[in-house]
Design a protein around this ligand. Structure first.
Ligand code: PMP
Length: 288
């Protein structure tokens, strides 16, 4: 595999970052996960815009234009002949000393990996996931805005471990007010009496690119959709539930905290959304 690292393509075995890089020492950096479908990079502009917003939030000045990053992303796919897969794009603060001071890291690093990802076993896309609510709360935006896609994923990792301890593959994370924020790596939607509902990003969710795609699809299919506060009770009593993310795509949820959702099978609205999503990713996107 060829990795793009600071302007060059290098072999995987040569793709190395300094132990003094603050991305490693402090999680000081930002990233994106992007999909390519049949040679079309899905919503590349939106991903690069979110990357810029995340970097801005961390006062991390990226010395590359959006076009340069886009070209490097596309070229990484071409170098690896990746027509269908998952791209990880990472920007770190760069090499500094052992103190926190980001201003002592003069040059950020960028690397791009074009590979594959399978977040959940394939059968769950037809049978649905059984998930749990975990004790670890989503970080408050007063501490670090959850909309920033930073390299610090410890909050999500703790929740993921708690899910695993409970025998589940994914977890709902509540915010500090006790409202549903999102899952460890996905946004959440429920369907209730024909309406699709998702927590507002201000409740602690990442502004998912898949989430916004689902919003566009719902509008096209004329299925009402709103952002609203959501509790575990709302999810238990929903007719349907599904999660969205670049890696996960659209995956049904059929159980939460031991309560069956609807009839414990992926529901008709979820199926329609999932099918529309699968069609859309093939036609939208930037051609390699
Ligand atoms: N929430 C979190 C915490 C995530 O890590 C992700 C995956 N990037 C998402 C939601 C979904 O976002 P997207 O659809 O942009 O991949």
């Amino acid at each position: 595999m060829k990795i793009y690292l600071d302007g060059k393509f290098v072999d995987e075995s040569e793709a190395k970052i300094s132990v003094f890089d603050h991305g490693l020492l402090y999680g000081d950096g930002v990233f994106e996960g992007i999909r390519v479908y049949q040679g079309n990079v899905f919503r590349l502009e939106e991903h690069l815009e979110r990357l810029e917003y995340s970097a801005k939030a961390l006062l991390l000045k990226m010395p590359w234009s959006r076009k340069e990053i886009a070209d490097a992303t596309m070229e990484t796919c071409r170098q690896n002949e990746l027509m269908d897969g998952y791209i990880r794009l990472v920007v770190t603060r760069g090499v500094g000393d052992l103190g926190l001071s980001p201003w002592l890291c003069p040059v950020p690093s960028i690397f791009i990996i074009a590979g594959k990802i399978a977040l959940y076993p394939a059968e769950h896309y037809t049978t649905g996931l059984s998930i749990v609510t975990v004790p670890t709360r989503r970080i408050s935006s007063a501490a670090l805005p959850p909309a920033v896609k930073s390299l610090n994923y410890l909050n999500n990792i703790l929740a993921k471990m708690e899910a695993r301890q409970a025998g589940a593959l994914e977890a709902i994370m509540l915010n500090d007010q006790g409202y549903v924020a999102e899952c460890t790596g996905d946004n959440i939607f429920i369907v209730h009496k024909g309406e699709i509902i998702t927590p507002a990003a201000s409740q602690g969710a990442l502004k998912g690119i898949t989430r916004s795609t689902i919003m566009a699809i719902a509008e096209e299919l004329k299925i009402p959709l709103k952002e609203a506060d959501m509790t575990r009770y709302d999810v238990w009593n929903a007719d349907e539930c599904f999660l969205t993310g670049t890696a996960a795509e659209v995956i049904p949820v059929v159980k939460l905290d031991g309560r069956e959702i609807g009839n414990a099978k992926p529901g008709p609205v979820t199926q329609r959304i999932l099918e529309a999503f699968r069609r859309r990713v093939l036609v939208e996107g930037t051609r390699l």
